[in-house]
Design a protein. Structure first.
Length: 141
């Protein structure tokens, strides 16, 4: 039953569903690593978050490369990874500033702001990955 539900979702939403699954697991990884680095290794929370985020981006690149965009072409892998990280740094600046505006200027609760921006950014980052990072090795669904 779960398998048929998964197939129906994939048929309707294609790669975006896989992208979201990778994103959710990557977000969980970032939260877990940040917690462990902060609470058990006593790193400053912001440094722990930055380290965890970089690991999360690397995880996302690898998983999306293999499972979301079926990228079996290892050509220019390092070049694409560097471009991916540069793009995510820019996208993070947009994301962080958007959360700030929603929370500090429009007075939304920070968790609500983060939730809104996460949904919006998932669509933007999906298209960024599809059009710029993995464009040469995919078949458009």
């Amino acid at each position: 039953m779960l398998r048929s539900l998964y197939k129906a979702i994939i048929k309707k939403f294609g790669r975006y569903f896989n992208f979201v699954l990778v994103g959710v697991s990557g977000t969980a990884l970032v939260f877990l690593m940040t917690f462990v680095l902060t609470e058990y290794l006593h790193l400053w929370y912001l440094l722990a978050y930055i380290i965890s985020t970089l690991c999360g981006w690397t995880y996302g690149f690898i998983m999306n490369s293999k499972f979301t965009f079926n990228d079996h072409d290892g050509e220019n892998l390092i070049k694409r990874y560097v471009f991916y990280i540069q793009g995510y740094i820019l996208l993070s600046l947009i994301s962080f500033s958007s959360v700030y505006v929603l929370t500090s200027i429009l007075n939304l609760h920070y968790l609500v702001s983060m939730s809104i921006i996460t949904v919006i950014m998932s669509i933007i980052t999906f298209n960024f990955n599809r059009k710029f990072i993995f464009q040469s090795s995919q078949k458009i669904s």
